[in-house]
Design a protein around this ligand. Structure first.
Ligand code: ZN
Length: 193
């Protein structure tokens, strides 16, 4: 049988899809694998229709992210299995993803540090944006438990990961001159004069 393996050895495809979630993916994936180990928390009504239910964009993205991470573990030197995976490895994974980043993050020594729209190019590195990493970790944290992982040992919920994401957020906010804090609505004071 011609089983179409979507476990490509080239990670760049899947990586790019998790970096650019706005990419137009045609939902034509032949879902030949019907054996999902996921205990189906089916909140949608399966009426045994012939129309194959298309998973949501979030679910698709989550599955792709999960595949990417599992592939990362397999290619890890030395190879890593999921039960051995810790928050440290999750951080390694995030650093690995940075090389595919598209967000300019200025070094503190850069004259454009803290300037939202720099007037000229600079040699500062491109990174994964904090928002992308934060969303990615959220999806992987859910996927881990959906794939049988215990919440107590969920490496994506590790304290080190939370601390790292907070640091990334704070640093990128400073470096890019933007605020990730939720804007608090404050009534404009009436300035006299
Ligand atoms: Zn710079």
């Amino acid at each position: 049988m011609d089983f179409v393996s979507n476990e490509s050895t080239n990670p760049s495809y899947e990586i790019s899809s998790l970096i650019a979630p706005t990419i137009n993916t045609t939902p034509t994936t032949p879902s030949s694998s019907s054996s999902s180990p996921i205990s189906s928390a089916s909140n949608n009504n399966n009426n045994n229709n012939n129309t194959t239910p298309t998973p949501s964009r979030y679910e698709n993205q989550k599955r792709r992210d999960w595949n990417t991470f599992c592939q990362y573990l397999r290619s890890h030197k030395p190879p890593l299995s999921l039960p051995l995976c810790s928050g440290t490895h999750v951080l390694e994974f995030l650093h690995y993803l940075d090389q595919f980043g598209k967000t300019k993050v200025h070094n503190p020594t850069c004259p454009f540090f803290g300037i939202p729209n720099p007037p000229a190019p600079c040699p500062c590195p491109l990174r994964q944006a904090w928002g992308s990493l934060d969303a990615l970790i959220g999806r992987l944290r859910a996927a881990y438990e959906e794939n049988g992982g215990q919440p107590e040992t969920n490496p994506f919920a590790a304290r080190a990961v939370r601390v790292y994401l907070r640091d990334v957020r704070d640093f990128q906010a400073k470096a890019r001159g933007v605020s990730y804090e939720k804007k608090r609505k404050r009534p404009k004071p009436n300035v006299k004069g």
